[in-house]
Write a protein that binds this ligand. Structure first.
Ligand SMILES: [Fe+2]
Ligand SMILES: [Fe+2]
Length: 145
């Protein structure tokens, strides 16, 4: 059976792939494609955040007090990434496209560090304490496709 870490890490990889496509379009100044790819990327990220915030984190917090610190850090980083994504969307919309490369760079670093923390700390903790939530996560993802 797939662990929570397996399913969620797979979703991180999917978001990474969408990110790379978007980044290439921005770097090559293919603006209309960049806007479309940016929409796909932000939708996938928002969906992933929602599964964590509404499904995984609440169950984990209920199960163990140890999760409080790491979950708070993850929530703060989600807020940071949401802010960066909205700045990126605005920069692509508002004729300030030269700024978009900067947002993409910051977003990449923040996202990589965030995902690494989840995959090495938070998801293993979830697999240990609330493995059953893996089924609900798999279901949430299968319904979204
Ligand atoms: Fe997260
Ligand atoms: Fe995540």
């Amino acid at each position: 059976m797939k662990t929570i870490n397996d399913s969620m890490a797979q979703e991180h990889r999917r978001c990474d792939e969408l990110f790379v496509e978007m980044e290439q379009a921005i770097m090559q100044h293919r603006w209309s494609e960049a806007e479309r790819l940016c929409r796909d990327f932000t939708v996938a990220m928002e969906h992933h955040f929602k599964i964590e915030e509404e499904l995984l984190f609440p169950v984990l917090l209920k199960a163990t007090a140890e999760a409080r610190g790491p979950v708070n850090v993850m929530l703060a980083e989600h807020a940071q990434m949401r802010q960066l994504m909205s700045q990126l969307v605005d920069s692509l919309d508002n004729m300030s496209r030269t700024l978009s490369a900067g947002y993409v760079e910051t977003l990449l670093v923040t996202m990589q560090q965030h995902n690494m923390k989840e995959e090495s700390i938070l998801y293993p903790m979830a697999d240990e304490t609330v493995p059953a939530v893996g089924d609900a996560i798999a279901k949430a993802y299968s319904e979204s496709v």
